[in-house]
Design a protein around this ligand. Structure first.
Ligand SMILES: [Zn+2]
Ligand SMILES: [Zn+2]
Length: 296
């Protein structure tokens, strides 16, 4: 198997190691390529302050550090520059001009934030327990209502365009193993997943500039929170029915996450009927380049 990871965090945001350390770890693990995807700055345009996003002040330094690593590792490891961009209705998204004007190889579109209907408060579905439980309470502890808000945001992000990679499709389930707020076999949940798969299929035929692909993300397994990748088998089956291609990522926040649980990702993809995956080949003529390779 050719190893790569396009979803990688460093100490520029909430990762444990710097760019150079992650490059060395990837090279030592036999990776062909490594793409960095810091959480894109949020504060200046939204007022939201967190300890897990790249700061506005360090954006230029992040870009130059990754581009320098690309030069240093040339011939040994292909290094790519990306960002993981939060979609928050009306506030932030991959289509924002401040993101589009950056010299990025690719953009990962992600929904972490959901708005509580009653008071308009934002919270993250993958955040600390206290934050998550307060958010769920805002939905009267109705996991289906929370999921509906999450997938509505996710579908709007896809329709907004400008994503190369769609991040952790069913992240809303992250805390379900522990808090049991949702039955993923419920037909209402299945319907949300199906609609999302349909929206991706439609975006792939309409958006020729940035044709979104879906990541199979082992970040939840790497951090001991989930048994399955995002998306899990039910989601992958729906994507397979629509011939939506997949790229495997670790959502790496530390060197030992790189390549972590890729065999679980492969197995789940095979169970869903996939025989191939994508490898990134860089941005050429304004488009993300992908190569389809066998899943082995
Ligand atoms: Zn994320
Ligand atoms: Zn991430």
């Amino acid at each position: 198997m050719t190893y790569s990871c396009l979803h990688t965090h460093t100490s520029f945001c909430d990762g444990a190691a710097d760019v150079e350390t992650m490059c060395r770890a990837a090279f030592e693990k036999g990776f062909d390529s490594l793409g960095f995807s810091s959480h894109a700055p949020l504060t200046r345009k939204t007022g939201i302050k967190t300890n897990w996003h790249l700061s506005d002040e360090r954006l230029d330094e992040y870009i130059s550090t990754v581009l320098e690593a690309r030069k240093n590792w040339e011939g040994k490891l292909a290094v790519y520059l990306g960002l993981e961009v939060d979609y928050i209705e009306g506030l932030s998204g991959p289509a924002n001009p401040d993101i589009q004007n950056l010299p990025l190889d690719y953009i990962i579109g992600a929904v972490h934030y959901v708005r509580v209907p009653k008071n308009g408060e934002l919270f993250t579905v993958d955040g600390p327990d206290e934050e998550f439980c307060r958010g769920l309470e805002g939905f009267d502890n109705d996991g289906m209502a929370l999921s509906a808000a999450y997938y509505t945001a996710y579908n709007n992000m896809i329709r907004g365009g400008n994503c190369d990679i769609l991040a952790h499709l069913d992240l809303v389930k992250k805390n379900n193993d522990r808090f049991g707020f949702l039955s993923p076999s419920d037909f209402r949940y299945k319907k949300m997943l199906t609609e999302t798969a349909d929206t991706i299929a439609a975006a792939r035929s309409a958006d020729s500039e940035r044709n979104p692909v879906v990541e199979v993300n082992t970040g939840g397994i790497n951090r001991g929170r989930t048994a399955d990748p995002y998306p899990s088998l039910d989601g992958l089956r729906l994507l397979k029915e629509r011939n939506i291609p997949l790229v495997i990522t670790a959502d790496a926040h530390a060197p030992d996450h790189l390549g972590g649980h890729y065999e679980t990702a492969v197995k789940t993809m095979e169970n869903a009927g996939y025989r191939t995956m994508l490898l990134f080949t860089g941005r050429q003529d304004g488009k993300a380049g992908w190569q389809e390779v066998p899943l082995e």
